[in-house]
Design a protein around this ligand. Structure first.
Ligand code: SAM
Length: 361
Protein backbone atom coordinates (compact mmCIF):
# COMPACT_ATOMS: atom_id res chain seq x y z
CA UNK A 1 0.00 0.00 0.00
CA UNK A 2 1.33 3.52 -0.80
CA UNK A 3 2.38 5.56 2.21
CA UNK A 4 0.05 8.49 1.53
CA UNK A 5 -3.38 8.92 0.01
CA UNK A 6 -2.20 12.20 -1.51
CA UNK A 7 -2.22 15.79 -0.36
CA UNK A 8 -5.05 17.62 1.44
CA UNK A 9 -7.54 18.05 -1.40
CA UNK A 10 -10.28 20.45 -2.45
CA UNK A 11 -7.74 23.06 -3.56
CA UNK A 12 -5.94 23.14 -0.17
CA UNK A 13 -2.63 21.82 -1.50
CA UNK A 14 -2.69 24.23 -4.44
CA UNK A 15 -3.29 27.14 -2.07
CA UNK A 16 -0.48 26.10 0.30
CA UNK A 17 2.37 24.97 -1.94
CA UNK A 18 4.17 28.07 -3.15
CA UNK A 19 7.21 26.65 -1.35
CA UNK A 20 7.18 23.48 -3.49
CA UNK A 21 6.85 25.63 -6.61
CA UNK A 22 9.92 27.62 -5.58
CA UNK A 23 11.80 24.34 -5.03
CA UNK A 24 10.97 22.95 -8.47
CA UNK A 25 11.35 26.23 -10.34
CA UNK A 26 14.93 26.47 -9.20
CA UNK A 27 15.84 23.53 -11.47
CA UNK A 28 13.47 23.99 -14.42
CA UNK A 29 16.01 25.99 -16.49
CA UNK A 30 18.18 22.83 -16.70
CA UNK A 31 15.42 21.05 -18.59
CA UNK A 32 14.31 24.09 -20.59
CA UNK A 33 17.87 24.38 -21.91
CA UNK A 34 18.26 20.63 -22.50
CA UNK A 35 15.10 20.54 -24.64
CA UNK A 36 17.12 22.15 -27.45
CA UNK A 37 19.06 18.90 -27.89
CA UNK A 38 16.05 16.58 -27.59
CA UNK A 39 15.91 14.24 -30.63
CA UNK A 40 12.85 14.73 -32.88
CA UNK A 41 10.17 12.04 -32.48
CA UNK A 42 10.34 9.42 -35.26
CA UNK A 43 7.65 9.72 -37.99
CA UNK A 44 5.49 6.96 -36.43
CA UNK A 45 5.39 8.87 -33.13
CA UNK A 46 4.25 12.28 -34.25
CA UNK A 47 3.88 13.90 -30.85
CA UNK A 48 5.95 15.09 -27.94
CA UNK A 49 5.02 13.03 -24.89
CA UNK A 50 5.52 14.57 -21.44
CA UNK A 51 4.83 12.95 -18.09
CA UNK A 52 4.86 14.66 -14.71
CA UNK A 53 4.86 12.25 -11.77
CA UNK A 54 3.26 13.12 -8.41
CA UNK A 55 1.34 16.11 -9.80
CA UNK A 56 -1.11 16.37 -6.87
CA UNK A 57 -4.00 18.77 -7.60
CA UNK A 58 -2.07 20.15 -10.51
CA UNK A 59 -1.54 23.90 -10.10
CA UNK A 60 2.24 23.57 -9.77
CA UNK A 61 2.47 20.69 -12.26
CA UNK A 62 0.52 22.59 -14.93
CA UNK A 63 2.75 25.63 -14.38
CA UNK A 64 5.94 23.60 -14.96
CA UNK A 65 4.47 21.67 -17.90
CA UNK A 66 3.45 24.91 -19.62
CA UNK A 67 7.02 26.17 -19.28
CA UNK A 68 8.31 22.99 -20.91
CA UNK A 69 5.78 23.28 -23.74
CA UNK A 70 6.98 26.85 -24.35
CA UNK A 71 10.53 25.47 -24.68
CA UNK A 72 9.33 22.69 -27.03
CA UNK A 73 7.55 25.23 -29.21
CA UNK A 74 10.91 26.78 -30.02
CA UNK A 75 11.66 23.48 -31.80
CA UNK A 76 8.41 22.78 -33.66
CA UNK A 77 4.59 22.65 -33.51
CA UNK A 78 4.12 18.90 -33.06
CA UNK A 79 1.11 17.87 -31.00
CA UNK A 80 1.88 17.39 -27.28
CA UNK A 81 0.55 14.76 -24.92
CA UNK A 82 0.80 16.20 -21.38
CA UNK A 83 0.30 13.42 -18.86
CA UNK A 84 -0.14 14.12 -15.15
CA UNK A 85 0.29 11.22 -12.76
CA UNK A 86 -0.46 10.75 -9.10
CA UNK A 87 -1.70 7.99 -6.82
CA UNK A 88 -5.26 6.85 -7.60
CA UNK A 89 -6.39 8.37 -4.28
CA UNK A 90 -5.27 11.87 -5.38
CA UNK A 91 -7.87 14.62 -5.86
CA UNK A 92 -8.06 14.27 -9.65
CA UNK A 93 -11.34 16.24 -9.73
CA UNK A 94 -9.39 19.28 -8.62
CA UNK A 95 -6.73 18.51 -11.22
CA UNK A 96 -9.33 18.51 -14.00
CA UNK A 97 -10.83 21.74 -12.62
CA UNK A 98 -7.33 23.22 -12.87
CA UNK A 99 -6.85 21.86 -16.39
CA UNK A 100 -10.28 23.09 -17.54
CA UNK A 101 -11.34 26.10 -15.45
CA UNK A 102 -14.83 27.18 -16.55
CA UNK A 103 -14.79 24.22 -18.95
CA UNK A 104 -12.03 25.68 -21.16
CA UNK A 105 -8.47 24.31 -21.36
CA UNK A 106 -6.04 26.30 -19.22
CA UNK A 107 -3.23 25.42 -21.64
CA UNK A 108 -4.09 27.70 -24.52
CA UNK A 109 -1.90 26.04 -27.17
CA UNK A 110 -4.61 24.12 -29.03
CA UNK A 111 -2.29 21.31 -30.04
CA UNK A 112 -1.79 20.12 -26.46
CA UNK A 113 -3.73 17.14 -25.13
CA UNK A 114 -3.82 16.72 -21.35
CA UNK A 115 -4.56 13.45 -19.57
CA UNK A 116 -4.37 12.13 -16.03
CA UNK A 117 -2.81 8.84 -15.00
CA UNK A 118 -3.40 7.05 -11.71
CA UNK A 119 -0.44 4.95 -10.64
CA UNK A 120 2.67 4.76 -8.49
CA UNK A 121 5.90 6.53 -9.39
CA UNK A 122 7.75 3.34 -8.47
CA UNK A 123 6.03 1.29 -11.15
CA UNK A 124 5.41 1.60 -14.88
CA UNK A 125 2.97 4.33 -15.91
CA UNK A 126 3.11 4.49 -19.74
CA UNK A 127 4.09 2.13 -22.63
CA UNK A 128 7.76 1.37 -23.29
CA UNK A 129 9.90 3.96 -25.10
CA UNK A 130 7.02 6.43 -25.37
CA UNK A 131 8.20 9.47 -23.38
CA UNK A 132 10.40 12.36 -24.43
CA UNK A 133 10.34 14.23 -21.13
CA UNK A 134 9.60 13.00 -17.61
CA UNK A 135 9.58 15.19 -14.51
CA UNK A 136 8.88 14.69 -10.84
CA UNK A 137 8.81 17.41 -8.20
CA UNK A 138 8.57 17.04 -4.41
CA UNK A 139 7.07 13.57 -4.69
CA UNK A 140 9.42 10.60 -4.65
CA UNK A 141 10.69 11.37 -1.15
CA UNK A 142 7.57 9.52 0.00
CA UNK A 143 8.40 5.85 0.52
CA UNK A 144 6.85 3.39 -1.90
CA UNK A 145 5.47 1.37 1.02
CA UNK A 146 5.86 1.76 4.75
CA UNK A 147 9.25 0.31 5.73
CA UNK A 148 8.95 -2.75 7.97
CA UNK A 149 10.84 -1.23 10.90
CA UNK A 150 9.94 0.74 13.96
CA UNK A 151 11.19 4.10 15.13
CA UNK A 152 9.65 4.69 18.56
CA UNK A 153 11.70 7.78 19.41
CA UNK A 154 10.81 10.09 16.52
CA UNK A 155 8.29 10.61 13.73
CA UNK A 156 10.67 10.88 10.78
CA UNK A 157 13.41 8.41 9.81
CA UNK A 158 16.35 10.74 10.37
CA UNK A 159 18.45 12.00 13.26
CA UNK A 160 16.44 14.52 15.29
CA UNK A 161 17.41 18.14 14.82
CA UNK A 162 20.05 19.13 17.43
CA UNK A 163 18.56 22.67 17.35
CA UNK A 164 15.24 21.37 18.75
CA UNK A 165 16.04 18.82 21.46
CA UNK A 166 13.26 17.26 23.52
CA UNK A 167 13.21 14.58 26.17
CA UNK A 168 11.89 11.29 24.80
CA UNK A 169 13.01 12.06 21.24
CA UNK A 170 15.91 9.90 20.11
CA UNK A 171 17.07 7.84 17.14
CA UNK A 172 20.09 5.54 16.71
CA UNK A 173 22.10 5.02 13.51
CA UNK A 174 21.10 1.30 13.52
CA UNK A 175 17.42 2.19 13.60
CA UNK A 176 17.83 4.21 10.42
CA UNK A 177 19.41 1.41 8.36
CA UNK A 178 16.18 -0.28 7.14
CA UNK A 179 14.80 3.11 6.09
CA UNK A 180 17.98 3.96 4.18
CA UNK A 181 17.85 0.57 2.45
CA UNK A 182 14.27 1.13 1.42
CA UNK A 183 14.99 4.67 0.19
CA UNK A 184 17.68 3.18 -2.07
CA UNK A 185 15.37 0.40 -3.31
CA UNK A 186 12.60 2.91 -4.04
CA UNK A 187 14.94 4.99 -6.19
CA UNK A 188 16.03 1.87 -8.10
CA UNK A 189 12.37 1.08 -8.82
CA UNK A 190 11.73 4.66 -9.94
CA UNK A 191 14.76 4.87 -12.26
CA UNK A 192 14.10 1.39 -13.71
CA UNK A 193 10.52 2.32 -14.63
CA UNK A 194 11.62 5.59 -16.28
CA UNK A 195 14.43 3.82 -18.15
CA UNK A 196 11.78 1.62 -19.75
CA UNK A 197 9.47 4.52 -20.59
CA UNK A 198 11.86 7.12 -22.04
CA UNK A 199 13.00 7.13 -25.67
CA UNK A 200 16.77 7.24 -26.29
CA UNK A 201 17.80 10.87 -25.80
CA UNK A 202 14.74 11.50 -23.59
CA UNK A 203 15.24 13.66 -20.48
CA UNK A 204 14.34 12.98 -16.86
CA UNK A 205 14.32 15.77 -14.28
CA UNK A 206 14.08 14.44 -10.72
CA UNK A 207 13.66 16.97 -7.91
CA UNK A 208 12.88 16.19 -4.27
CA UNK A 209 12.93 17.76 -0.82
CA UNK A 210 16.25 16.72 0.70
CA UNK A 211 19.20 17.77 2.80
CA UNK A 212 22.67 19.30 2.46
CA UNK A 213 25.61 19.33 4.91
CA UNK A 214 23.91 21.93 7.12
CA UNK A 215 20.13 21.70 6.83
CA UNK A 216 17.43 19.15 6.13
CA UNK A 217 14.02 20.06 4.73
CA UNK A 218 12.76 17.70 7.44
CA UNK A 219 13.99 20.02 10.21
CA UNK A 220 11.48 22.45 11.61
CA UNK A 221 8.49 20.68 10.08
CA UNK A 222 9.09 17.36 11.84
CA UNK A 223 10.15 19.11 15.07
CA UNK A 224 6.94 21.10 15.35
CA UNK A 225 4.74 18.13 14.40
CA UNK A 226 6.60 15.92 16.88
CA UNK A 227 6.36 18.56 19.64
CA UNK A 228 2.62 18.99 19.09
CA UNK A 229 2.03 15.22 19.22
CA UNK A 230 4.15 14.91 22.38
CA UNK A 231 2.21 17.78 23.99
CA UNK A 232 -0.96 15.80 23.25
CA UNK A 233 0.59 12.66 24.74
CA UNK A 234 1.52 14.59 27.89
CA UNK A 235 -2.05 15.94 28.11
CA UNK A 236 -3.45 12.35 27.74
CA UNK A 237 -5.12 13.26 24.47
CA UNK A 238 -3.00 10.73 22.56
CA UNK A 239 -1.23 7.60 23.78
CA UNK A 240 2.56 7.29 23.82
CA UNK A 241 2.01 4.09 21.78
CA UNK A 242 0.47 6.23 19.04
CA UNK A 243 3.54 8.49 18.98
CA UNK A 244 5.84 5.48 18.90
CA UNK A 245 4.04 3.96 15.93
CA UNK A 246 3.41 7.15 13.96
CA UNK A 247 5.84 7.73 11.13
CA UNK A 248 5.84 10.40 8.50
CA UNK A 249 6.80 8.14 5.59
CA UNK A 250 9.39 10.25 3.82
CA UNK A 251 13.10 10.22 3.20
CA UNK A 252 15.18 13.42 3.03
CA UNK A 253 18.09 12.45 0.81
CA UNK A 254 21.34 14.20 -0.06
CA UNK A 255 22.57 14.43 -3.65
CA UNK A 256 24.96 11.49 -3.23
CA UNK A 257 22.02 9.25 -2.29
CA UNK A 258 19.97 10.63 -5.20
CA UNK A 259 22.47 9.51 -7.83
CA UNK A 260 23.98 6.51 -6.03
CA UNK A 261 21.88 3.93 -7.97
CA UNK A 262 22.88 5.61 -11.24
CA UNK A 263 26.54 5.19 -10.39
CA UNK A 264 26.50 1.73 -8.86
CA UNK A 265 23.63 -0.35 -10.27
CA UNK A 266 25.02 -1.60 -13.64
CA UNK A 267 21.65 -1.64 -15.45
CA UNK A 268 20.87 1.95 -14.38
CA UNK A 269 24.38 3.18 -15.05
CA UNK A 270 24.01 1.90 -18.62
CA UNK A 271 20.55 3.47 -18.97
CA UNK A 272 21.24 7.09 -17.98
CA UNK A 273 23.83 9.83 -18.35
CA UNK A 274 23.94 12.24 -15.41
CA UNK A 275 23.91 15.78 -16.87
CA UNK A 276 23.36 17.78 -13.70
CA UNK A 277 23.08 17.28 -9.95
CA UNK A 278 22.80 19.87 -7.20
CA UNK A 279 21.29 20.78 -3.81
CA UNK A 280 19.96 24.30 -3.26
CA UNK A 281 18.65 26.14 -0.22
CA UNK A 282 15.77 27.71 -2.17
CA UNK A 283 13.71 30.79 -1.28
CA UNK A 284 10.78 29.96 1.01
CA UNK A 285 7.90 32.41 0.36
CA UNK A 286 6.62 32.40 3.98
CA UNK A 287 10.13 33.09 5.31
CA UNK A 288 10.64 35.89 2.80
CA UNK A 289 7.34 37.49 3.85
CA UNK A 290 8.38 37.23 7.53
CA UNK A 291 11.70 38.92 6.80
CA UNK A 292 9.88 41.69 4.95
CA UNK A 293 7.01 42.35 7.37
CA UNK A 294 8.07 40.77 10.71
CA UNK A 295 4.52 39.41 11.08
CA UNK A 296 5.08 36.33 13.22
CA UNK A 297 1.39 35.33 13.33
CA UNK A 298 1.14 35.42 9.54
CA UNK A 299 4.39 33.40 9.26
CA UNK A 300 3.03 30.77 11.69
CA UNK A 301 -0.27 30.60 9.76
CA UNK A 302 1.40 30.13 6.36
CA UNK A 303 3.94 27.65 7.75
CA UNK A 304 1.09 25.63 9.29
CA UNK A 305 -0.87 25.66 6.00
CA UNK A 306 2.20 24.46 4.11
CA UNK A 307 2.81 21.67 6.65
CA UNK A 308 -0.83 20.68 6.87
CA UNK A 309 -1.25 20.32 3.08
CA UNK A 310 1.12 17.33 2.96
CA UNK A 311 0.91 15.88 6.49
CA UNK A 312 -2.81 15.90 7.29
CA UNK A 313 -3.83 12.92 5.11
CA UNK A 314 -1.07 10.79 6.69
CA UNK A 315 -1.85 11.94 10.22
CA UNK A 316 -5.63 11.61 9.88
CA UNK A 317 -5.29 8.06 8.54
CA UNK A 318 -3.01 7.07 11.44
CA UNK A 319 -5.06 8.53 14.31
CA UNK A 320 -7.19 6.02 16.25
CA UNK A 321 -10.95 6.12 15.54
CA UNK A 322 -11.78 6.75 19.19
CA UNK A 323 -10.06 9.68 20.86
CA UNK A 324 -10.87 11.51 24.09
CA UNK A 325 -11.47 14.80 22.23
CA UNK A 326 -13.45 15.71 19.10
CA UNK A 327 -11.65 17.37 16.21
CA UNK A 328 -8.23 16.15 17.31
CA UNK A 329 -6.72 16.80 13.87
CA UNK A 330 -7.89 20.42 13.93
CA UNK A 331 -6.52 20.83 17.46
CA UNK A 332 -3.13 19.40 16.52
CA UNK A 333 -2.73 21.98 13.74
CA UNK A 334 -3.89 24.73 16.11
CA UNK A 335 -1.21 23.60 18.53
CA UNK A 336 1.37 23.60 15.73
CA UNK A 337 0.46 27.17 14.79
CA UNK A 338 0.75 28.25 18.45
CA UNK A 339 4.16 26.57 18.84
CA UNK A 340 5.44 28.22 15.67
CA UNK A 341 4.26 31.62 16.78
CA UNK A 342 5.87 31.21 20.21
CA UNK A 343 9.19 29.67 19.09
CA UNK A 344 10.10 30.74 15.55
CA UNK A 345 13.81 30.06 16.11
CA UNK A 346 13.27 26.48 17.26
CA UNK A 347 11.34 25.64 14.09
CA UNK A 348 13.45 27.52 11.55
CA UNK A 349 12.73 26.06 8.14
CA UNK A 350 15.01 25.66 5.11
CA UNK A 351 13.84 24.07 1.88
CA UNK A 352 16.79 22.07 0.58
CA UNK A 353 15.77 21.17 -2.92
CA UNK A 354 17.87 18.45 -4.52
CA UNK A 355 17.74 17.49 -8.18
CA UNK A 356 19.36 15.66 -11.04
CA UNK A 357 18.88 15.96 -14.80
CA UNK A 358 19.39 12.71 -16.73
CA UNK A 359 19.48 11.69 -20.37
CA UNK A 360 18.27 8.23 -21.41
CA UNK A 361 21.10 6.59 -23.34
C1 SAM B 1 4.16 17.43 -2.07
S1 SAM B 1 3.16 16.86 -3.39
C2 SAM B 1 3.99 17.52 -4.82
C3 SAM B 1 3.03 18.01 -5.86
C4 SAM B 1 3.67 18.75 -7.02
N1 SAM B 1 4.54 17.88 -7.78
C5 SAM B 1 4.45 19.94 -6.51
O1 SAM B 1 5.68 19.96 -6.62
O2 SAM B 1 3.83 20.86 -5.97
C6 SAM B 1 3.61 15.17 -3.46
C7 SAM B 1 2.73 14.34 -4.40
O3 SAM B 1 3.35 13.08 -4.62
C8 SAM B 1 2.35 12.11 -4.62
N2 SAM B 1 2.92 10.79 -4.37
C9 SAM B 1 3.37 10.27 -3.22
N3 SAM B 1 3.77 9.01 -3.41
C10 SAM B 1 3.57 8.75 -4.73
C11 SAM B 1 3.78 7.60 -5.56
N4 SAM B 1 4.27 6.46 -5.06
N5 SAM B 1 3.44 7.69 -6.85
C12 SAM B 1 2.93 8.81 -7.39
N6 SAM B 1 2.72 9.93 -6.66
C13 SAM B 1 3.03 9.88 -5.35
C14 SAM B 1 1.39 12.55 -3.55
O4 SAM B 1 0.13 11.93 -3.70
C15 SAM B 1 1.36 14.06 -3.78
O5 SAM B 1 0.34 14.44 -4.63
Amino acid sequence: MPTTTGMKGGGYYDANSREQRSASQSFLPWLETAIAELPEPPPHQQSWNLLDIGSSEGANAIFTTERLITALRKKNDLPVWAFFDDLPTNDFNQMFLNLFPAGKPVITDNNVYAAAIGGSAFGRLVPPASLHLATTFNAIGFFETRPVASLPGFILPMMPNPQAPREGVQVTEEELIPFQKQAHQDLCHFYRARAAELVPGGKLLVQIFGRNEIHSTGHGISDVLSDALLDFVEADMLSRAFYEEFLFPASYRNTAELIEPLENVPELKAAFRIDQVDARDVPVPFNEAFTANGDRAAWARSYTGFLRAFTEPVLAAALPDKLPQENTVEKIYQRIERLLQDHPDRYEFHFISIATLLTRL
